[in-house]
Write a protein that binds this ligand. Structure first.
Ligand code: ARG
Length: 460
C-alpha cells in the first residue's frame, strides 16, 4: 500500500511503479540520505519538535540500517519508489511511531536536493585528487624531457621546434584549470537546502544552520523555491567534467598519433596497450581511444541534463529525477578514465631520437632563419620572402637549412654568414625562445615551478 493511500481509491499500476521508481539508481545515495536524516532528527529533537527519546532512537536505528546496507543485508524494493522512502519505511518497520515522526518539517524535495549535493561534494573531492595525480605525472614527464626536441605543429604540419617538456606543460596548464574549475564548483554548491520543505519552507521552528553545520556545509540556500528546484550545481559539474574530458581527449589523440609508426614518438607499456585478434604485429592504443570515445558520453550527460531542466517551472517537477543517472554516469566515467590515463602516461616510453628525427625534417627552423636576417637589419617581410625561396631551393636539391652550403645562402642574401649554421641549430632555436611561456629551459623551469607550487599547496 502506498504512503498516499488515504487520498487515492486504488493502487498504482505496476508499470507505473516501474517507470516512477528511482530506487534502482538513487540507492547509491543511501549514506548521504541517512546522514541527512540523522542531522535532521537531532535538530528536531533539540528544538523540541519531536521528543529527545524519539530522536535518539531514530538516530540509533538509522545507524543499524546503514550497517545493514553496507553489509549487503538490505533489500531495496521497487514499491518503495526511492531511497528516501525505502529508508523511512524500514525505519518505521523497525521502531514504529518514532520512525513516522522523522519526516516532520521535511519533504523529499529538499531531502533529495540535500543528498545529491552531499554526494557530489565527496565525488568532486575524489576527482580533484585524481586530477592532481595526473598533473603531477605531467610534471614528472616534463622534468625528464626539458632537452627533448620535437616539432610543434599547427594544422598538424611541422611548424616550429619545441621540447617535450614544453608540450607536457601545455597539458599541465589545462589540467590545472580543470582542478580550479572543480574547486569553484564545489565552493558554489556547498549549501544545505534542507529546510526548504516541499517548496515554501515550513512552519516548524527548525534550525537550518544546525543541520548545515552538522553535515559540513558552508552555508544554507537562501530561497526555498530555489533550494528545491536548483540543479545548477549538477549541470556545472557536468560542464566541468566535459571540459576535462575534452582536454583528456586531445592528449589521447596525440598519444594515438605518437604511437603510430608514422610518428613513433612514444611507446605504451604492455599493461596499457592491447593486441589484435588477427594481426600479430599490432599494439593498439585502445585506452587512449576509449578516453577519446568516452568524452562523447560525458558531453551527452551535459546535454541531457540541460535539456531536462530547460523551461521547467518552479519548483520541483518529477522531470528532475532524471538528473541522477546523467551525473552518476559522467562521474563514473571520469573516475574510471583518470587513473588509467595517468598510469598509461606514467609508464609510457618517450623516444627522443624519433622526436629529434621528425624535428630535423620539415624546415621547422625557417622562422628562426628569417629572424637571423631580421637581426641583421632586414625587415621581417623581406626576410620571410627570402626564406620561402630558400626552402623551395632546399626541397629541390634535397638539402636542409643545416646543410645548405654558405655560397648558396649568400646567393639569396649577402647578409648570410658562417654564423647562420649556429642560428638554425634546433637547440639554439629552442633556447632563444626564452620569453615567459616559451620552450627554453629557463622558461619551462618557471612553468614547472608554478605548477609544482600549485600541487604542493593542495597536497599538504
Ligand atoms: N526520487 C525523487 C527524485 O529523485 C525524489 C523527490 C520526489 N519528490 C516528489 N515530490 N515526488 O527527484
Amino acid at each position: 500500500m502506498k504512503l498516499w493511500s488515504g487520498r487515492f481509491e486504488s493502487d498504482t499500476d505496476a508499470l507505473v511503479d516501474a517507470l516512477n521508481a528511482s530506487i534502482t539508481f538513487d540507492k547509491r545515495l543511501y549514506k548521504e540520505d541517512i546522514a541527512g536524516s540523522m542531522a535532521h532528527a537531532r535538530m528536531l529533537g533539540d528544538r523540541g519538535i519531536i521528543g529527545k527519546d524519539d530522536a535518539d532512537r531514530i538516530i540509533a536505528v538509522l545507524e543499524e540500517i546503514r550497517a545493514d546496507i553496507d553489509a549487503g543485508n538490505f533489500e531495496f524494493k521497487l514499491a518503495d519508489e526511492d531511497i528516501h522512502m525505502s529508508i523511512e519505511a524500514e525505519l518505521t518497520r523497525r521502531i514504529g511511531d518514532a520512525g513516522k515522526r522523522l519526516h516532520t518539517a521535511r519533504s523529499r524535495n529538499d531531502q533529495v536536493a540535500l543528498d545529491f549535493r552531499l554526494h557530489l561534494k565527496n565525488e568532486i573531492k575524489e576527482m580533484i585528487g585524481m586530477e592532481l595525480d595526473l598533473l603531477s605525472v605531467l610534471c614528472d614527464i616534463a622534468e625528464k624531457n626539458t632537452g627533448t626536441i620535437l616539432p610543434a605543429y599547427t594544422h598538424l604540419q611541422r611548424a616550429q621546434p619545441t621540447t617535450f617538456a614544453h608540450y607536457m606543460m601545455a597539458y599541465a596548464n589545462m589540467l590545472r584549470r580543470d582542478v580550479t574549475r572543480l574547486e569553484d564548483c564545489l565552493a558554489r554548491m556547498d549549501e544545505s537546502p534542507l529546510g526548504s520543505g516541499a517548496l515554501t519552507g515550513t512552519t516548524y521552528p527548525i534550525d537550518r544552520r544546525q543541520v548545515a553545520e552538522a553535515l559540513g556545509f558552508a552555508r544554507i540556500t537562501e530561497n526555498s523555491l530555489d533550494g528545491v528546484s536548483d540543479r545548477d550545481y549538477a549541470i556545472e559539474l557536468l560542464a566541468d567534467l566535459s571540459i576535462l574530458m575534452m582536454h583528456l581527449s586531445r592528449l589521447a589523440e596525440e598519444v594515438i598519433l605518437w604511437c603510430s609508426w608514422e610518428f613513433k614518438f612514444v611507446e605504451l607499456s604492455d599493461a596499457y596497450a592491447t593486441g589484435s585478434s588477427i594481426m600479430p604485429q599490432k599494439k593498439n592504443p585502445d585506452i587512449a581511444e576509449l578516453v577519446r570515445g568516452k568524452t562523447g558520453r560525458v558531453y551527452g550527460s551535459l546535454m541531457g541534463l540541460l535539456t531536462v531542466m530547460k523551461a521547467l517551472p518552479l519548483a520541483y517537477n518529477k522531470d528532475m529525477q532524471e538528473d541522477k543517472e546523467q551525473v552518476f554516469d559522467a562521474v563514473d566515467t571520469v573516475k574510471k578514465v583518470l587513473p588509467v590515463f595517468t598510469a598509461m602516461l606514467a609508464t609510457m616510453t618517450v623516444k627522443p631520437e624519433n622526436m629529434r628525427r621528425a624535428a630535423s625534417e620539415g624546415f621547422i627552423n625557417a622562422t628562426d632563419c628569417a629572424d637571423y636576417l631580421v637581426k641583421k637589419g632586414l625587415p621581417f617581410r623581406d626576410a620571410y620572402t627570402i626564406l620561402g625561396k630558400l626552402v623551395r631551393r632546399c626541397m629541390e636539391t634535397g638539402r636542409t637549412l643545416e646543410t645548405l652550403p654558405l655560397d648558396e645562402y649568400k646567393s639569396f642574401s649577402p647578409l648570410f654568414d658562417d654564423d647562420v649554421y649556429g642560428a638554425v641549430k634546433l637547440e639554439t632555436c629552442v633556447e632563444l625562445r626564452n620569453v615567459p611561456g616559451g620552450p627554453s629551459s629557463t622558461s619551462v623551469a618557471a612553468q614547472l615551478d608554478s605548477v609544482r607550487a600549485f600541487l604542493r599547496e593542495r597536497l599538504k
